[in-house]
Design a binder for this molecule. Structure first.
Ligand code: NI
Length: 178
């Protein structure tokens, strides 16, 4: 429907705890999801969360077959996930590079749980209950962090691996991280 403006780090609206969705399959919810989809596509995002367009609701969208911002990432099933909950499965963590549409031009090595169970509902209110690992698990954790006011720099432990995308990944298409 509409490509919306993406809020950038420093905007206090990115720091809120998002409210749960209570009405499913509504015109408002479908309009929000259409806007998230259009905005993510326009920015070549791997995922997007409602707070990034200033909407204080627990809704995230993620997934792609191929993503030019993360050209080496395996496909992730396209999913609208509402009111999510994440449970780590085991203590193992993986380090991986992340960026964020709200933190343009920056990448960092971020530790995430290697394997998670995530639950929530889809736009019709039907239960989603999945186990994920690897980049899929990383994307879910990153997007769900937006619902609790966390941006990836807040998860960085090693700031020697934090920098400008154009410096860290000089071969990456600059249009993929503007
Ligand atoms: Ni993000």
């Amino acid at each position: 429907m509409t490509v919306r403006q993406i809020l950038k780090m420093g905007d206090a609206r990115l720091l809120r705890i998002a409210k749960p969705v209570e009405q499913f399959d509504s015109a408002e919810l479908h309009a929000l999801i259409a806007d998230l989809s259009d905005t993510m596509a326009a920015a070549n995002g791997a995922g997007i969360a409602a707070p990034q367009i200033g909407v204080d609701l627990a809704v995230v969208l993620f997934g792609f077959d191929h993503n030019q911002r993360y050209p080496d990432a395996p496909p992730v099933p396209r999913t609208v996930l509402i009111n999510p909950q994440i449970t780590p499965l085991g203590d193992a963590e993986d380090d991986g590079w992340e960026g964020c549409l709200s933190v343009p031009g920056i990448r960092a090595m971020v530790p995430r749980w290697s394997r998670i169970r995530y639950t929530g509902v889809d736009p019709q209110g039907q239960v989603i209950d999945r186990v994920a690992e690897g980049f899929h698990a990383r994307v879910v954790q990153h997007e769900c962090d937006h619902l609790i006011g966390k941006l990836f720099p807040m998860r960085v432990r090693d700031f020697s691996r934090f920098g400008y995308t154009e410096v860290l990944f000089p071969g990456l298409d600059p249009r993929s991280d503007d």
